[in-house]
Design a protein around this ligand. Structure first.
Ligand SMILES: *[C@@H]1O[C@H](CO)[C@@H](O)[C@H](O)[C@H]1NC(C)=O
Length: 253
């Protein structure tokens, strides 16, 4: 159970055609983008999972598979940094672009679950009450990013949103994701990019570039209420609006 979840990938393939069929291709302009999100037109609403994750009895009654076993750990993700509110959490409700927002309402905190494997260097965070069709907390290449590689000196970024599962160490993959489902703009994503300090709860992200290299990956909060990862918060801020660096902390349920 500690390895890559092939069942989840298979299940994802079953739901993928619905998302793909709904996609409306968006032509990326050659002009320099000044916003980190596209124009808010023609956005598709996303279905959410139940606010309170279902018990196994409820799941079985609905014909769903049981929850995964006991060595899974569930909790919320606290967001600390300028402009987020105190205390703030990643919200189970995405913004209109399919990016996870931040909330100070604990009733709306996203609940994530990971499998506790001592040997795992990076983990997946399955979302239990968030975007229903793409149930991993992942990173999705930014719409205004011509190159997917994060690095110092570049404004390149990736949104934190819902994705299907990708393997640990994988480069950006063409998997279903919430930004694509909401906007129709096709972007690639990574899910297994989280590192958790079991002692402190500190949660860090590690993006993998196209060549497999692992750039410094910094999480920032846009005042328009979404989170992105970037290799250079200063350049990102200069391009798309000042966005404070934040830290994420896993808070066990
Ligand atoms: C967890 O964080 C503490 C405090 O910053 C640090 O001393 C420790 O080395 C970290 N553990 C790991 C596995 O990174």
């Amino acid at each position: 159970m500690c390895s890559f979840n092939f069942y989840a990938v298979f299940a994802a393939l079953l739901v993928a055609p619905a998302l793909v069929g709904a996609r409306v291709p968006v032509t990326r302009t050659s002009m320099r983008e000044t916003a980190a999100n596209p124009a808010a037109v023609g956005l598709a609403p996303l279905a959410l999972a139940h606010r309170t994750p279902l018990t196994n009895a409820q799941r079985l009654a609905r014909g769903l598979t049981p929850n995964r076993p006991r060595f899974n750990r569930a909790g919320t993700i606290q967001v600390t940094g300028a402009g987020t509110g105190t205390p703030a959490f990643i919200s189970r409700v995405p913004n209109a672009f399919g990016e996870y927002a931040v909330t100070t309402d604990t009733a709306d905190a996203l609940i994530v679950q990971y499998t506790d494997c001592a040997d795992a260097s990076v983990i997946d965070l399955a979302t239990l009450n968030g975007i229903a069709d793409v149930p991993y907390l992942g990173a999705i290449t930014g719409f205004a990013t011509a190159l997917q590689d994060l690095r110092r000196g570049s404004s390149a970024y990736a949104y934190i949103g819902g994705t299907d599962q990708t393997a640990p160490g994988a480069t950006p993959q063409a998997v279903s994701n919430s930004f694509m489902a909401a906007t129709g703009d096709q972007e690639e994503a990574e899910s297994a990019l989280w590192t958790l300090n079991r002692t402190t709860g500190a949660l860090s992200a590690q993006w993998v570039n196209i060549d497999g290299s692992k750039p410094e990956t910094i999480i920032v909060y846009s005042p328009e209420n979404f989170l992105v990862i970037t290799g250079d918060p200063t350049i990102f801020g200069a391009s798309f609006g000042t966005s404070p660096v934040v830290t994420l902390t896993f808070v066990a349920a």
